[in-house]
Design a protein around this ligand. Structure first.
Ligand code: ZN
Ligand code: FE
Length: 256
């Protein structure tokens, strides 16, 4: 599998469209904008084998129709009428074989950011859209704290070495927030230095790994004493469980 290449195509202000290629075939994850993706495929001489969508937000699906208008390819995504040009509706546990690349992805349903959000896991890679970010998580637009908690816990059960490809470059601001919540965690300062150096070189800070997220991402650590303590201090009262902790720190981050 080491002839698989994963390239970020930047779109809008901070979106990453992930292009997974092998030889002359490519899978494109969450093409919010067709133009930079088409330019990349053309420049690299890549044929579009499939589009994978994690959720219906326009910055992830806005390029679907234009990309498949000019090149026939299946468009995978959750069963959600809000996704344009969708041809393959997929759900929990389903496997997707991308024949030209010789890769198989399995689908995980991870509601919370949106009602129908899914992730794709295969070949040691996780494409998780706007649910799990490097050192953070997505906003709860359509889901409950319980759903987001369970979705993040599901992702945390993947192998530690799994590379996590999320949909946005939010890492530095996420780490800055994490330091407010998880004040004693030495991994955060370390990660901040590394991420700042990457951004200074104009490199992505993504992918991270599941192992790193479990050790440093406060939204995956809501059962830890240190996080619970900061969250209840911020709330001004005791919090009953990890779900309430997650709800509190998500609100806290929204308020900054
Ligand atoms: Zn989104
Ligand atoms: Fe997004």
């Amino acid at each position: 599998m080491n002839d698989i290449r994963i390239t970020p195509v930047c779109a809008f202000k901070d979106n990453y469209v992930w292009v997974v290629s092998r030889g002359a075939s490519a899978v494109v994850v969450d093409p919010g904008d067709a133009r930079p993706v088409a330019e990349h495929l053309h420049a690299e001489g890549l044929q579009l084998a499939a589009i994978l969508n994690t959720h219906h937000h326009l910055d992830h699906v806005g390029g679907n129709a234009e990309l498949v208008a000019e090149r026939a390819a299946p468009v995978y995504g959750p069963d959600d009428a809000r996704i344009p040009a969708l041809t393959q509706r997929v759900g929990e546990g389903q496997r997707i074989a991308i024949a030209p690349l010789g890769i198989e992805f399995s689908v995980l349903e991870i509601p919370g950011h949106t009602r129908t959000h899914i992730a794709y896991y295969g070949a040691g890679m996780l494409f998780c859209g706007d649910t799990l970010f490097a050192c953070g998580c997505g906003r709860l637009f359509e889901g409950t704290p319980r759903q987001m908690h369970d979705s993040l816990a599901k992702l945390a059960r993947l192998p530690d070495a799994t590379r996590v490809y999320c949909g946005h470059e939010y890492t530095l601001s996420n780490i800055r927030f994490a330091k407010l919540v998880d004040t004693e965690n030495p991994l955060l300062a370390e990660w901040e230095r590394e991420a700042a150096a990457q951004r200074a070189r104009n490199e992505p800070t993504v992918p991270s790994t599941i192992g790193r997220e479990k050790a440093a991402n406060p939204f995956l650590r809501c059962s830890e004493q240190a996080i619970a303590r900061s969250a209840s201090k911020h709330a001004g009262h005791a919090l009953a469980d990890a779900v309430e902790v997650l709800a509190e720190i998500r609100e806290w981050k929204n308020s900054l």
